[in-house]
Design a protein around this ligand. Structure first.
Ligand code: ADP
Length: 191
């Protein structure tokens, strides 16, 4: 299975990604988590990425694409993966197409979590308290929403035109949302 989970910042992608990945026995690959790990280890990649992350902007495509390419080349991703937070730009969509086509596989589905804006902001501010993420201040949260709307939401149409999109209501309890995602994915022919 090769899956993508999409949705605005705070939609609960990371939480759901873990359940989906576990179910299918594939790694959940979160670009945000990989960037954060690099930031905390002080790697050159982390130093570069932090400048953008702290402002709520996207890390440049070349940097992100290379990082994802290396990650999905790892052994545990050979039979599939779930991408959380990638692709986020049209250039990243093209790059991912190239990576997947190269291995003779195809993308199976794109799960899009839909949530309402107020709920999102509340979740992010709550997360700011619990996790203390540097990019969860109110201004940066707002900027991340804008950047998502401008640069990432157009990707949904691209994947819709390929009949890959499963829109799932992301509101409610975590396990309710998980159940909705599984119900949506069961209609996808397995390969
Ligand atoms: P969010 O909750 O905003 O979806 P993530 O943890 O997915 O947060 O990502 C945090 C930050 O990492 C983003 O705001 C961005 O700066 C950077 N980032 C993550 N994925 C990408 C990507 N695919 N392209 C560019 N930047 C990314």
């Amino acid at each position: 299975m090769r899956l993508i989970i999409m949705g605005p910042p705070g939609a609960g992608k990371g939480t759901q990604a873990r359940f989906i990945a576990e179910h299918f026995g594939i790694p959940a690959i979160s670009t945000g988590d990989i960037f954060r790990a690099n930031v905390s280890q002080g790697t050159p990649l982390g130093v570069e990425a932090k400048k953008y992350m702290d402002a709520g902007e996207y890390v440049p495509d070349e940097v992100t694409n290379l990082m994802v390419r290396n990650r999905i080349d790892e052994d545990d991703a050979v039979s599939g993966f779930l991408l959380d937070g990638y692709p986020r730009t049209l250039a990243q969509v093209e790059e991912l197409d190239g990576m997947i086509n190269f291995t003779g596989h195809r993308l199976d589905a794109v799960v899009v979590l839909t949530v309402d804006q107020d709920e999102i902001v509340q979740r992010l501010l709550q997360r700011a308290e619990v996790e203390g993420r540097a990019d969860d201040t109110e201004d940066v949260v707002r900027r991340r929403q804008e950047v998502y709307l401008e640069q990432t939401s157009p990707l949904i149409e691209v994947y819709k035109s390929r009949d890959l999109v499963h829109e799932v209501d992301g509101m409610g309890e975590v396990d309710e949302v998980t159940a909705r995602i599984f119900a949506a994915l069961d209609v996808v022919p397995q390969s």
